[in-house]
Design a protein. Structure first.
Length: 101
């Protein structure tokens, strides 16, 4: 099993300021609020969630121009927040702006 890819649309619910790692890489953390209707077991289901996300490197600098409320399409992979945490974070490598909030 080597597949770990997530594509999610939503709006930016929270956006931290751009900061830098000790190695000097740009880093930005934010939360994506998602709402949709999905089919599960043949029935429509309303889905709402907030996902913690982050970007590192050049993509983080581009994401720093986004604002709370912007609608986006995000692509990345899931990983643990840290070695000592089981909490998942969506590590993004691409964000497309759908609409300004």
């Amino acid at each position: 099993m080597d597949r770990n890819q997530v594509v999610l649309t939503g709006r930016i619910a929270e956006l931290d300021a751009l900061r830098y790692t000790p190695a000097g890489l740009p880093l930005i953390n934010f939360r994506i609020a998602h709402a949709s209707e999905q089919i599960e077991a043949g029935h429509k289901r309303k889905v709402e969630c907030e996902v913690q996300a982050m970007m590192l490197g050049e993509p983080a600098q581009a994401a720093a121009g986004l604002k709370t409320g912007d609608s986006i399409k995000a692509r990345g992979f899931l990983a643990r927040k840290s070695q000592h945490s089981q909490q998942l974070v969506l590590h993004l490598d691409k964000i497309e702006l759908i609409e300004r909030g």
